[in-house]
Ligand binder design. Structure first.
Ligand code: G1P
Length: 294
């Protein structure tokens, strides 16, 4: 199974981090010195993705600008011999024709956002990556999943899963698993999924993290998918339908997940990613100890 395309749903309003996201897309919030969206695009590129598909909405134009060339900036950096900065921009720059943008015209849910990308994805398996969630690890979560997928039957579907405290299960898609794949220790057969189960009803504490590898048949199901949790068209509900006919696996990935759509998660991610940086680690560590009075 070769995964060439990734869909990034970026139409969300970011209400959990207002007022920061009133005029600025939440995907452009910065962790250290890169916007969230840049991290997930880099993660996808590392996983072999060749085509980056963004499902945007109103007020999200700056995301498209971020992945374009900035002529004035390039020329100015060149004139000032800022080679390191030029190289950094060049490294992140998608090539011509590697990005596509389409719009979700109304906030009808994640399932609807993914469905909006159906014509660009076409008839092949593809990844979905939610930019709210960063996974700090090398290789990244999507590369770990793609590596597993390459050894599975070609009609397999995968979601990244992680254990969460039972009292938090109502905030996530939750799945239950029936056993390990015989040749992939981190892949579990999924036998049930439910989106945001009411408190006390979750079948397990295995939450769906924002990384998916899906077969194109999901689009046919999404076409007629009824609204589910929160009155939205849920990707999880459509995946339940898909799992009736195709193999479905949960991948327990290596690495720490950061939910950057919440204020605490966003701050934690900044600290975790900052500490990973050789140029910042020492100062950051010293500052934190000082703030903690140690
Ligand atoms: C979405 C999915 C949910 C998943 C979560 C991960 O929910 O619907 O299944 O567990 O992302 O962050 P959202 O956070 O968009 O409400």
């Amino acid at each position: 199974m070769k995964i060439r395309k990734a869909v990034f749903p970026v139409a969300g309003l970011g209400t959990r981090v207002l007022p920061a996201t009133k005029a600025m897309p939440k995907e452009m919030l910065t962790i250290v010195d890169r916007p969230l969206i840049q991290y997930v695009v880099d993660e996808a590129r590392e996983a072999g993705i060749e085509h980056f598909i963004f499902v945007t909405g109103r007020n999200k134009g700056v995301i498209e600008d971020h992945f374009d060339r900035m002529f004035e900036l390039d020329e100015t950096l060149k004139g000032r011999n800022k080679t390191a900065e030029m190289e950094q921009l060049a490294r992140f720059q998608p090539g011509a024709g590697e990005t596509s943008f389409t719009r979700q015209q109304a906030p009808l849910g994640l399932g609807h956002a993914v469905w909006c990308a159906r014509h660009i994805v076409g008839n092949e398996p593809f990844a979905v990556v939610l930019p709210d969630e960063l996974v700090l690890n090398s290789p990244g979560a999507l590369k770990q999943m793609v590596d597993i997928a390459s050894g599975l039957d070609a009609n397999s579907n995968l979601v990244a899963v992680e254990e969460v405290p039972m009292e938090m299960t109502h905030q996530y898609g939750i799945c239950s698993v029936s056993g390990r794949h015989p040749s992939h220790a981190n892949a579990y057969s999924i036998d049930g999924m439910v989106e945001k189960p009411p408190k006390g009803t979750a079948p397990s504490n295995l939450s769906i993290t924002g990384r998916y590898i899906l077969q194109p048949e999901i689009f046919e199901i999404l076409e007629t998918q009824e609204r589910g949790a929160g009155g939205e068209i849920q990707l999880t509900d459509a995946m339940i339908g898909l799992a009736q006919n195709q193999p479905f696996f949960g991948v327990k990935f290596e690495g720490e997940r950061h939910d950057c759509g919440s204020k605490a998660g966003f701050l934690r991610a900044n600290i975790a990613y900052g500490l990973q940086r050789a140029d910042l680690n020492e100062t950051l560590r010293a500052d934190m100890l000082r703030y903690l009075g140690k």
